[in-house]
Unconditional design. Structure first.
Length: 731
């Protein structure tokens, strides 16, 4: 019996072990899966409001913030607003309130007496967010203590205000999720605005992989991809890709990031595409959850065509669907000529209505090409408004680029849409984007605390027209107009050193991204060429950017004699006597320079030179041109940047420590009529032609003066004789 019992116990033990193993086999995954950590991001509310505090002003007012949630984020439950309200001391706190809503759904409401004096957390459920754009709205009803007696007479009394103090933030928790990819998702899938608020360790800068023997087509593809990505990003987006060659690609640097392969297709994707065709492909990355792989396949990498150009062509780009698209080479079309008569509808605006009591603004943008000079501009304003509008106290004011142009009082005719013609000052227009702002001051004939503000409204009809008489006249090249003319047709060509390195390619990518963020249309991405090939081409390209140290860039040295501030013959130091100097002549100092000149290679073209006397100075130059916060300072034809206590510009004194940009205008011979182009082409290298041109100009001036003198002498006796005739008749 004991033996039998032991045998039965042994059988039970074996059964238990078998069951455990079988159960474990079902529970244990057959394929290893990486666990996704929960991440979080905290974004300042000012980032959604043009870096300004959120403020509510008036009896009934609201502010809406647009929050874009990346498709690759799956939000968790730990989401909240952390904010502190600041309120006017003159408000009726018990009667006033503020309401927060997300995508039209209620989040929370508070009487102002309930608002804490410190920061408070307001929880937001994850299911209230959607992928893509979300609208977070703060709405306030702000009463004054005497509103019951005055029936809310002053709707826009300055005492009615409530604001969120700086430092408020939105906290989001998320995990990354796998996505299906489609070419229509590019470039949005590569640009996630909220990524910049992640900790440095969690950021995923894009990786760009080039062939070992990159051709001009490959470098242009790098520029086009960066430009296209920039066209969908905000101007302050921090674009710093990592650029490597195929031999430098390692598994550790390719993990958990978006990757662009240019010119060569990795082995794992070669079965998905045809090598004997031009193609673009967008695929899920096998190297990280929620990442994408972009492939640029160029059948002939020497023909001057990049398949990446399809992304900057709106007519062809809208047809991109699926994972792979095959392309035939094509040439971009030239833009339509500038019209001298167009409506707000032609500019893409619908009828726009402002509702509510008090001041509101409707802003329209108008693009003036670089070579168009307006001479006379008329605005034919088509306006209708509420019949309840107080005609005595309401008004409409038109502004052009911040300048007040005209004030309009409403009347019975203005409510019918009868055109109101306003002359806009032509000299206030500038190349690039111009803004026509119409401020509407709307008031009802009587007030009421319960009267809906929507009952007071005014509408600008899109049949409003602009008549622009103009001439085609490119302005004198100036840094003041940057990024024009390089951001519009026919685009710009980067000329880089023959022996370029990855730092040069990083500059190309970041510059193209910047041009993309500022471009009105993304149809003219920059191209790339090496200096020796560019000089062989001659004058085939209109606008050019010479990039790199002069000692390394043959094209910069070719134009050196024409620069407002030229370099010495070896390209390592500045020539003296041109307005830029070092306080200590025998001391080394890093300097960066940005110079702009009329092109010596193409008639009517423009050349921008980004350089320095060493690599540090060149880096400073790139920092300045990429910093949009400095754009308002751009002026003249030369920018010099250096250590503030080591360099200065003529007429300027050193300022604060650190790198400091200074802009100035240095005399440019090309602006002199008639002989200017001769002097520019001759430069310092050919003094005899330059002197000959000056001599001819002097002879021409003397000849004109002599002819004018002879004509004056001939006319003088005739005038005297005619003046004597009446006296003779009287005698």
């Amino acid at each position: 019996m004991e033996t039998t019992g032991n045998w039965m116990n042994g059988c039970k033990l074996h059964h238990v072990i078998a069951i455990v193993l079988l159960f474990g086999a079902f529970l244990y995954p057959q394929k290893s899966v990486d666990a996704q950590e929960q991440n979080f991001v905290e974004i300042p509310l000012e980032a959604f409001h043009n870096e300004k505090s959120v403020e509510l002003v008036g009896l009934i007012s609201s502010q809406t913030l647009n929050i874009s949630i990346p498709r690759g984020w799956l939000l968790g439950e730990e989401n909240w607003l952390e904010i502190k309200f600041r309120k006017s001391d003159l408000l009726d706190l018990a009667g006033s309130s503020v309401t927060i809503s997300l995508n039209g759904s209620h989040v929370s409401s508070h009487r102002l007496t309930q608002l804490s004096e410190t920061k408070q957390q307001i929880l937001i459920p994850a299911n209230m967010f959607t992928q893509g754009n979300n609208t977070l709205t703060f709405a306030g009803t702000l009463y004054l203590p005497d509103d019951q007696g005055t029936n809310c007479q002053d709707w826009d009394n300055p005492a009615r205000w409530l604001s969120i103090e700086p430092g408020g933030l939105l906290h989001l928790s998320f995990v990354r999720r796998e996505l299906s990819m489609d070419l229509s998702d590019f470039p949005q899938v590569f640009i996630e605005p909220l990524e910049e608020y992640l900790p440095d360790s969690a950021r995923r800068q894009t990786l760009i992989v080039l062939p070992e023997d990159s051709t001009q087509d490959d470098l242009t593809s790098l520029s086009i991809i960066s430009y296209t990505l920039g066209s969908t990003a905000e101007t302050n987006y921090d674009w710093k890709p990592e650029i490597v060659t195929m031999s430098q690609l390692r598994p550790d640097i390719a993990a958990n990031r978006n990757i662009v392969f240019i010119g060569e297709t990795p082995p794992e994707f070669q079965d998905l595409v045809s090598k004997d065709k031009n193609y673009v492909a967008l695929l899920p990355s096998p190297r990280g959850v929620g990442n994408a792989i972009l492939l640029i396949g160029d059948k002939n990498r020497q023909d001057g065509f990049s398949p990446a150009s399809v992304f900057s062509d709106p007519a062809r780009g809208i047809l991109l669907h699926g994972n792979v698209a095959y392309l035939d080479p094509y040439v971009p079309t030239a833009p339509q000529p500038f019209l001298d008569n167009f409506s707000f509808e032609d500019l893409g605006y619908p009828d726009r209505t402002a509702r509510g009591i008090g001041q509101q603004n409707l802003i329209y943008s108008l693009y003036i090409p670089y070579d168009i000079d307006p001479t006379q501009v008329k605005l034919n304003l088509h306006l209708v408004h509420s019949p309840d509008l107080d005609l005595q106290n309401s008004s409409f004011t038109v502004y052009l680029n911040g300048y007040s142009v005209a004030g309009i009082l409403p009347n019975a005719l203005s409510s019918t849409g009868t055109p109101i013609t306003i002359g806009l000052p032509a000299q206030k227009f500038r190349p690039g984007i111009n803004f026509v702002r119409i401020r509407l001051d709307l008031y009802p004939p009587y007030t009421s605390c319960t009267r809906a503000p929507e009952a007071v409204w005014a509408t600008i009809l899109n049949s409003t027209t602009l008549e622009v008489a103009h001439r085609k006249h490119p302005p004198i090249p100036s840094l003041e107009h940057f990024p024009l003319p390089f951001g519009e047709y026919p685009g710009v060509l980067y000329v880089i050193p023959d022996q370029y390195d990855q730092i040069d390619l990083d500059y190309v990518s970041r510059l193209s991204f910047m041009f993309g963020t500022s471009a009105r249309k993304s149809e003219y991405p920059p191209g790339v060429i090496t200096a020796s090939k560019f000089l062989q081409m001659g004058s085939s390209h209109h606008n050019v950017i010479l990039l790199g140290l002069p000692s390394r860039n043959l094209a910069t040295m070719s134009a050196n004699a024409l620069l407002p501030q030229p370099f010495t013959d070896d390209g390592k130091a500045l020539q003296r006597g041109y307005g830029v100097y070092l306080p200590t002549a025998d001391a080394d100092a890093s300097l960066g320079l940005m110079q702009i000149i009329p092109s010596p290679w193409a008639n009517g073209g423009t050349v921008l030179v980004l350089t320095g006397n060493d690599q540090k100075g060149l880096g400073w130059t790139l920092d300045v041109i990429l910093d949009t916060a400095l754009r308002d300072q751009f002026a003249g034809n030369v920018m010099v940047i250096g250590s503030a206590n080591r360099s200065e510009a003529s007429g300027e004194s050193p300022g604060q420590q650190g790198s400091q940009p200074m802009f100035q205008q240095i005399a440019d011979a090309s602006n002199i009529p008639l002989i200017g182009p001769v002097l520019q082409r001759s430069g310092q290298a050919f003094l005899i032609p330059a002197l000959f041109a000056v001599g001819i100009a002097l002879i021409l001036v003397v000849s004109i003066l002599w002819v004018w003198r002879r004509v004056q002498n001939r006319n003088t006796p005739d005038i005297i004789e005619k003046s004597d005739e009446p006296e003779q008749n009287e005698l």
